[in-house]
Design a protein around this ligand. Structure first.
Ligand code: IPE
Ligand code: IPE
Ligand code: MG
Length: 250
């Protein structure tokens, strides 16, 4: 298998990569360790993924870190995840900032502790001017929540008189969705073997290429990500057209 540095420069690379980082719990359970050890181990893959995107020139990365449904997990696991988020914010932001990474959090942040919320806001404000990579971390995020909040804000704009309900179409609704300021999601990758979206991006994946791999998130490295990129590069994106039309358009 080609190493990270050998991937041909001509390969079509996604502008926006979205990842469901799944399989931490199973990674730990297979080693007879508590699930939370898997979450901790998964942070290494996260770091490797950010470095990979910087090297490959992927401009936007969106990571599913905590879904709106993950609150249903045992209290101990949810608490451990919150501690991990806090520690990661403390530890990683300096280096991400030094590497030109802009950090955004998407999701309903109101559910988090004031401390965590403030740290997330500080990280966003501090890195807002960075351009090397836009890393979006989805926390307490749900695709249906995103649609509902977009509808609510559009309704508010209509009431305020800045949006005419009669003219609402896909283009005028788009700016109300998370990630609207970034290129469309080109590649949607899920690790851990499950073939589902689990309420991650819905509106935004309309024409994303979907790639599902069995590798558990803590085992993901640059080689695994390069294989996903090669799979992406093999796909023909037709957007409703015929192969002949796509070929003619070059
Ligand atoms: C994904 O790994 C991380 C979060 C949902 C926070 P899981 O914890 O879902 O791992 P599995 O799917 O149980 O192995
Ligand atoms: C999706 O994984 C959420 C994250 C990776 C953060 P889950 O493990 O929660 O998804 P389900 O429950 O298997 O659908
Ligand atoms: Mg899971």
């Amino acid at each position: 298998m080609a190493s990270a540095s050998e991937a041909p420069a001509t390969t079509r690379v996604p502008r926006h990569l979205a990842i469901v980082m799944d399989g931490n719990g199973r990674w730990a359970q297979r080693r007879l360790l508590p699930r939370t050890v898997g979450h901790r181990e998964g942070q290494k893959s996260l770091r490797a993924t950010v470095e990979f995107c910087l090297r490959r020139g992927i401009g936007s990365l969106t990571l599913f870190a905590f879904s709106s449904e993950n609150w249903k997990r045992p209290e101990g696991e949810v608490g451990a995840l919150m501690q991990l988020f806090l520690k990661a914010l403390d530890r990683e932001v300096d280096e991400l900032h030094a590497n030109g990474v802009r950090i955004s959090f998407i999701g309903d942040l109101s559910a988090f502790s004031t401390e965590l919320r403030e740290r997330m806001q500080q990280a966003m404000a501090r890195t807002a001017g960075n351009r090397a990579l836009h890393a979006n971390v989805a926390v307490n995020y749900g695709g249906r929540w995103d649609i509902a909040q977009a509808a609510r804000r559009a309704a508010e704009a209509a009431v305020a008189g800045t949006l005419d309900p009669a003219t609402i179409d896909e283009a005028s609704l788009s700016p109300f969705f998370s990630l609207h300021d970034q290129p469309p999601v080109d590649l949607f990758l899920r690790t851990g073997g499950e073939l589902r979206i689990s309420n991650f991006l819905l509106w935004q994946v309309a024409y994303a290429e979907l790639v599902f791999i069995d590798t558990l998130w803590p085992d993901v490295d640059a080689e695994v990500l390069d294989a996903a990129l090669r799979e992406f590069a093999r796909r023909e994106r037709r957007y409703g057209m015929t192969s002949e039309q796509v070929a003619a358009a070059g």
